[in-house]
Design a protein around this ligand. Structure first.
Ligand SMILES: CC(C)(COP(=O)(O)OP(=O)(O)OC[C@H]1O[C@@H](n2cnc3c(N)ncnc32)[C@H](O)[C@@H]1OP(=O)(O)O)[C@@H](O)C(=O)NCCC(=O)NCCS
Length: 161
């Protein structure tokens, strides 16, 4: 772990294909960031799906999981199903690097558009996607059911590749 104001050294971060043997770790981070969270078997199912394009961001020294991105490619479209960065690694470019990694994989697969849904009030995620050039492609009212609270609206964002 390093203090939140320490700049991230790119040499200390690897973007790796997500593999099922990291599902427990990914699920633990997912549970820190989302409610309701995905359990390890849902994560395994997602990353073992034939259309999966999922990565982890791994800090080399000391070895730890900084983030994950779970995506899927189907024909000429791709979707980000979930993305998260460990709180101590947020705001240091990890989320951006993971989306850019998925974009590279999608381009190689001749994908034309990358989609995602994000809660309208998730300012950090909306800012990340907007900074990468995603544009609003629609809305879904009441899309997210949050634990113990009301439904939240989602915006659909798309990036032309
Ligand atoms: C959204 C999330 C993945 C962003 O990851 P991150 O590694 O912190 O983001 P980055 O450091 O790559 O940020 C890239 C850009 O996004 C924007 N951004 C990211 N976090 C932000 C925040 N908290 N407030 C405002 N802008 C933010 C900025 O433009 C930032 O560029 P800058 O730091 O040069 O200004 C992370 O906050 C997270 O895991 N949140 C909880 C889970 C979640 O909401 N996932 C998204 C579901 S769709």
């Amino acid at each position: 772990m390093c203090p939140a104001d320490t700049p991230l050294n790119p040499k200390n971060l690897s973007l790796l294909w997500a593999s099922p043997d990291r599902a427990e770790e990914i699920a633990a981070l997912h549970a820190q960031l989302f409610d309701p969270a995905w359990d390890a078997s849902s994560i395994t199912e997602s990353i073992e799906h034939p259309a999966s394009a999922s990565f982890i961001a791994q800090v080399r020294d000391p070895r730890s999981l900084a983030g994950f991105i779970i995506g899927r490619i189907a024909a000429d479209e791709a979707e980000i199903l979930s993305i998260g960065v460990a709180p101590e690694w947020q705001r240091r470019g990890v989320g951006r690097q993971m989306v850019e990694g998925l974009v590279r994989a999608a381009r190689r697969a001749e994908v034309k558009r990358l989609f995602l849904e994000v809660a309208t009030d998730n300012t950090a995620a909306v800012a990340l996607y907007k900074s990468l050039g995603f544009k609003k492609a629609g809305t879904r009212n009441g899309y997210y059911q949050r634990a113990g609270s009301e439904k939240a609206d989602a915006v659909i964002l798309a990036l032309g590749l």
